[in-house]
Design a protein around this ligand. Structure first.
Ligand SMILES: Cc1cc2nc3c(=O)[nH]c(=O)nc-3n(C[C@H](O)[C@H](O)[C@H](O)COP(=O)(O)O)c2cc1C
Length: 372
């Protein structure tokens, strides 16, 4: 079946369903092999080497699609260069009451307030240790239980639980859907969190024989001083990289899907692109040219992916764009990126990184539109 027809049919079928139910169906379809693999042709110009990991391409699946690490290999078979699973909390938790995920079809966007619904460390660990192949890059995104009395300890437990099966870790302190979680972005709380997380990672290094990189995922809803604090703690503590960004609480005035706009939760997809790219560029200016950054938010085609790299990213992730773009989208994006790089005369991703950092960084972080 032609790729575009497959995408149109899958999209039509899935979009007729409740978004969270459709998501469950998509995970099931991947799991049972109903979706044919669509591995891209390798494009050497798009390969990225970071922290001793060889990413075949810079496009990763962002956290939230595969919360329980059920289909990481299937995602890699869809062409992603990496799959980030989670967010995983120590104990299973149901998340917020349903409905809690909303499609903004006219805006290529989603609002979610899932609230870290997941089956906990043990279930995800069982899935990851049962993988037939240990090939491919699997990031493990760790979080804290809503009712935890020591949230920092929950992150430490995550490092302990997954150090031998994670290619890298993402410490997620930026979900807007767990009350108080974003408070961990404040300077002193963050310093303590990263101190304890890195101490555990270093302890695990001896045991697993490999230093697993730890990345910090931040919100786009920060002011300049908040971002100053985070970047300064990141640099002092020696974190290995940052993921910029999570979803936003903003509701930009130009959105069309009025019916869904009143829903509480984090907004992702196309309307997040500018805000998350400004946050990315401002982060790049603060941390210097070398710290690996992952650009996430509103990526939906080759152009937006390359723009994240021009703004300062080493790697790119997407989730919402894939919901709207369809399962065959990644190879198409990669071909477009290789073509565009070639046409621009810049032969490598390294050559374009930073080209637009100062343009993006000169724009204000705070959105003039309303937040909820
Ligand atoms: C339904 C949904 C669930 C998500 N769950 C998580 C999560 O558990 N942990 C996390 O770090 N980010 C989560 N995210 C945020 C994404 O990883 C990503 O940072 C954000 O959606 C911006 O990228 P996008 O515009 O490509 O979707 C979720 C996003 C969506 C849409």
């Amino acid at each position: 079946m032609a790729n575009s027809l497959l995408d149109t049919l899958t999209r039509k079928a899935l979009f007729a369903l409740d978004p969270e139910f459709a998501h469950g169906m998509a995970v099931k379809a991947l799991k049972t092999g109903l979706v044919p693999a669509c591995k891209p042709k390798t494009a050497p110009a798009l390969a990225v080497k970071l922290w001793d990991l060889d990413f075949p391409n810079p496009l990763g699946m962002a956290a939230g699609f595969d919360k329980n690490a059920e289909v990481p290999d299937e995602l890699l078979r869809m062409g992603f260069g990496a799959a980030e699973v989670g967010t995983i909390t120590p104990l299973a938790q149901p998340g917020n009451p349903k409905p809690r995920m909303f499609r903004l079809v006219e805006d290529d966007a989603v609002i979610n307030r899932l609230g870290f619904n997941n089956k906990g460390h043990a279930a995800a660990r069982a899935n990851l240790t049962a993988r037939k192949t240990k090939q491919g890059i699997i990031g493990v995104n760790v979080g804290a239980n809503k009712d935890s009395t020591d949230r920092t300890e929950d992150y430490v437990k995550g490092i302990k639980a997954f150090a031998d099966v994670a290619s890298y870790f993402t410490v997620n302190i930026s979900s807007p859907n767990t009350p108080g979680l974003r408070d961990l972005q404040a300077r002193d709380a963050l310093d303590d969190l990263l101190d304890r997380v890195l101490e555990e990672r270093d302890r695990q290094t001896g045991m697993v024989g490999r230093r697993v990189p730890v990345l910090l995922k931040i919100a786009p809803d920060l002011d300049e001083l908040g971002l100053d604090d985070i970047c300064s703690v990141v640099l002092t503590r020696g974190i290995d990289g940052m993921v910029v960004s999570n979803t936003t609480l903003d509701r930009p005035a130009h959105l069309h899907s009025q019916a869904q706009l009143k829903e509480a939760g984090g907004l992702s997809g196309a309307p997040l692109f500018a805000k998350s790219t400004i946050a990315l560029a401002k982060t790049r200016e603060r941390v210097g040219p070398d710290l690996p950054l992952v650009g996430v938010g509103g990526v939906q085609d080759a152009g937006t992916a390359l723009e994240k790299i021009r703004a300062g990213a080493h790697l790119v992730q997407l989730y919402t764009g894939w919901i709207f773009g369809g399962v065959t989208m990644i190879p198409t994006m990669l071909a477009g990126m290789a073509e565009e790089l070639n046409a621009s005369g810049s032969k490598t991703l390294d050559a374009i990184r930073g080209e637009t950092t100062s343009d993006w960084a000169s724009q204000p972080l705070a959105s003039p539109d309303k937040s909820i």
